[in-house]
Design a protein around this ligand. Structure first.
Ligand code: SF4
Length: 364
């Protein structure tokens, strides 16, 4: 009998084995918009181990123990790292604002640019600036051999954790001329990272079709050895709570880290809107964008939403998710730092955009 998963994979433009990805549109169409998703009408695909088995390099110089301890204690704050791509200066200035203010930074590729520093190089820069790195890694531009080398490099530089995603198709970003590689998908990448001894996370999108299969799909991903699930934007606390409960009912209990949308102005709202299958709490955008001071209201709204997530049984932390306008990376990082500090229960004097510009000039 023909394997339905193998058939679906041949039609998927990202050649996913363990589809569907998080880019499926609400009507079941593919993220490319030119076909129905190959997986959306099928059953959950059982995990198929990699062949040949993962190549494992040296033992990682960080075993993730410190971060595991923090996650076990709860109320971990992981902030996106909003530095401009290909700028060591921007990395240093952004890190200077976030250092000591968040538990870790999620350093994935900038959503505005497909051409990036290699993840291990970027992680080394950020760590040298004094931050714990949760490295983002995707399958878009690297074949399996390149990914195996990158995983070994991330282990060698001592990142605290690696977040594994399949990645958006090249046709949807700033470099549609690039060949879409997708030699592996996120589940297979998680297998590589876990086999390398790295603390490994995966994402899941509860509001993305087929919603009824998303909990079981996560269970399959977790069989790789991944320990943490970033819960992509799916509404509010009720939706996150339902998803966490549904996964636990299936007998697994990873550390859940829901994503909190950071909206401070029209530019950050537009960036979030580019995330696949984004679902925000009702009225969230309007509340911020219609405010006389959207920056202050956006920070307050993020703190409020994060607190509602942190109150859910099983949630170990939150991810402050988003980015600012080009040139406003340091200001945006300042907002992330302020949100994190408020979540820690500390009083902070809100810093104006001008204040962050002063910080930026001091770090140059
Ligand atoms: S939505 Fe994602 S998984 Fe489905 S066919 Fe398109 S790329 Fe493949």
């Amino acid at each position: 009998m023909t394997d339905p998963a193998a058939l679906a994979a041949t039609d998927c433009p990202k050649q996913m084995v363990h589809g569907p990805c998080g880019g499926v549109h609400a009507d079941g169409s593919c993220e490319l918009g030119d076909r129905r998703c190959s997986f959306v009408d099928g059953p959950v695909v059982p995990r198929q181990p990699l062949t040949p088995a993962p190549v494992v390099g040296e033992a990682p110089s960080s075993d993730g123990a410190e971060l595991r301890t923090l996650l076990a204690a709860g109320r971990v704050v992981v902030a996106d790292f909003p530095a401009a791509a290909l700028s060591t200066e921007s990395v240093a200035a952004t890190a200077a604002v976030l250092r000591g203010r968040v538990h870790a930074v999620l350093a994935g590729d900038s959503p505005r640019s497909r051409v990036q520093f290699p993840p291990a190089f970027r992680a080394g820069l950020i760590q040298a600036a004094g931050l714990r790195v949760w490295a983002g890694l995707n399958c878009r531009d690297r074949n399996r051999v390149a990914l195996e080398g990158e995983v070994a490099a991330l282990a060698a530089v001592g990142v605290a954790a690696v977040h594994c995603v399949t990645g958006d198709h090249t046709a949807t970003g700033s470099r549609p001329d690039a060949a879409p590689v997708f030699d592996l998908d996120s589940t297979q990448l998680a297998e590589l990272c876990a086999a390398a001894g790295l603390l490994t996370s995966v994402g899941e999108s509860p509001a993305t079709p087929p919603t009824e299969h998303r909990p079981a799909r996560l269970v399959e991903k977790l069989t790789t050895g991944a320990e943490v699930c970033f819960v992509n934007h799916c509404g509010g606390a009720a939706e996150v709570g339902r998803f966490v409960g549904a996964v636990r009912t299936l007998g697994v209990d990873p550390r859940f880290v829901p994503c909190v949308p950071i909206v401070l102005d029209h530019a950050s709202a537009a960036l979030l809107a580019s995330f696949p299958s984004l679902v925000l709490p009702a009225g969230y955008l309007d509340r911020v964008l219609a405010a006389a001071d959207p920056w202050a209201v956006g920070i307050a709204a993020a703190v409020e939403l994060a607190e509602s997530y942190l109150a859910i049984d099983g949630v170990a932390g939150v991810n402050l998710s988003g980015g600012g306008a080009p040139g406003e990376e340091v200001s945006f990082a300042g907002a992330l730092a302020e949100i994190s500090t408020r979540l820690a229960g500390e009083t902070v004097a809100p810093m104006s955009v001008k204040g962050f510009q002063a910080v930026r000039s001091q770090t140059r």
